[in-house]
Design a protein. Structure first.
Length: 183
């Protein structure tokens, strides 16, 4: 929002599209086999619900409403890594749990086909996060430090993106050299 406020102050258009990614299944994968069975495959959804509740509070804030009135577009939550990693979990787990207005879901193709075949929505994410906080307290009681895990996942995710970018640049360089040699 500070960036949008700066754009408005500078006389620039504030209608900048953007997303904030939450890599959902990585949370569950990180604690798989480390938490009691009743908590299996529940952390990613609880974290997503907490993020969605914070996001909706932000969209209802006076600060955001001033920006929206000036023509700003809200940054949208993007649910990433929504293919189920746990073979014992539903193949549409994160799709059915994370349907919500103002969000984007980068559904993997196999998950999309599975949802088309047998998925059912029973509603959308509650704007208040629903049971996110009680579930996160259960994880804390089981010894999961959600804040520390968030920092680890963010660090690992950033490193993976940097590696992918470097790999892409390397491949482009190789192709450019091959084209130059052939020509």
């Amino acid at each position: 929002m500070r960036g949008l406020e700066r754009r408005i102050a500078a006389g620039l258009p504030p209608n900048v599209p953007s997303v904030a990614s939450v890599f959902v299944s990585r949370w569950d994968k990180a604690v798989l086999g480390k938490v009691p069975e009743p908590l299996r495959d529940r952390l990613g959804i609880a974290v997503a619900k907490r993020a969605y509740a914070a996001y909706r509070r932000l969209l209802n804030s006076d600060r955001w409403l001033r920006l929206a009135n000036a023509g700003a577009r809200p940054q949208r939550l993007l649910w990433a890594s929504t293919g189920t990693k746990d073979p014992e979990a539903s193949d549409v787990l994160y799709i059915t749990a994370l349907a919500a207005p103002f969000t984007i879901n980068t559904i993997p193709e196999a998950t999309l086909f599975a949802f088309a075949e047998h998925g059912q929505l029973s509603g959308t994410l509650p704007v208040d996060g629903g049971d996110a906080e009680p579930v996160l307290r259960e994880f804390a009681a089981a010894g999961v430090d959600v804040g520390a895990l968030a920092a680890t996942l963010q660090r690992e995710g950033a490193a993976a993106f940097v590696q992918s970018w470097n790999d892409l640049l390397l491949r482009i360089g190789e192709k450019a050299r091959a084209v130059a040699q052939a020509g």
